[in-house]
Design a protein around this ligand. Structure first.
Ligand code: SF4
Length: 216
């Protein structure tokens, strides 16, 4: 077992399954992935609840809402004018497929990723979250938590998104469920122990971690 699997196993044994993504369907995942940029999930949940209460959490319905009105409905997510525009950009792209996810899922991961990245306001982390959690494609999601935790562990020395992603994808089998769970566990551990100021003395990974070994 390589060290990347070993860390996964340790995290899974400690925390158990995380049941990501907390959403009812692929569209809710996608809206959440766009709204969660630069804000906490609690703020996103309020916006999603707002859309649900008005029965708007469907692509065609949301497409018909004016951008300004949508901005007001997602106010709790912050940067709401910008995020409303981003959602509209995504919906515009989706319209090309007649909102048909089967047509989208027929595309290769690479070309779908390129298309998502060409939508203004959709960056790599958001695109990959949509690919993995909405369309169930084997793409490892990298975020600031992943970079911080794995740099501290001493398993990869880089700041680049693509290098981190290649590192995980080379060391793990291409498996949607594994990628889903691993990313969720990294987020969990980064909130519980591997915080901005890490709680290394209580962390169950401390003996396998460069930072833990060097700072205790
Ligand atoms: S030992 Fe410290 S730095 Fe290493 S994973 Fe645990 S909390 Fe993070």
């Amino acid at each position: 077992m390589n060290r990347v699997y070993e860390i996964y196993k340790d995290l899974y044994d400690y925390y158990g399954p995380q049941h990501w993504w907390p959403a009812d369907d692929w569209f809710e995942v996608t809206v959440g992935a766009i709204l969660t940029q630069n804000t906490s999930w609690n703020n996103v949940e309020k916006s999603i609840e707002n859309l649900k209460q008005r029965d708007l959490l469907e692509p065609e319905k949301l497409s018909k809402i004016e951008e300004d009105d949508l901005a007001q409905l997602i106010r709790s997510s912050g940067f709401y004018n910008l995020k409303s525009k981003r959602l509209k950009n995504f919906l515009e792209w989706l319209k090309k497929y007649n909102y048909d996810t089967d047509k989208i899922k027929n595309k290769s991961v690479t070309s779908l990723r390129e298309e998502l990245l060409s939508i203004k306001g959709i960056g790599k982390e958001t695109a990959d979250s949509i690919l993995l959690y909405a369309f169930e494609m084997p793409v490892f999601v990298i975020d600031a938590y992943t970079k911080r935790m794995f740099s501290r562990l001493g398993l990869i020395l880089s700041r680049e998104y693509d290098e981190f992603q290649n590192f995980f994808e080379k060391n793990l089998t291409k498996d949607v469920q594994l990628y889903n769970e691993y990313h969720a566990l990294i987020v969990k551990h980064s909130k519980v122990y591997c915080k901005k100021t890490p709680k290394c003395s209580n962390c169950f990974l401390k003996e396998k971690c460069n930072w833990g070994v060097n700072n205790l």
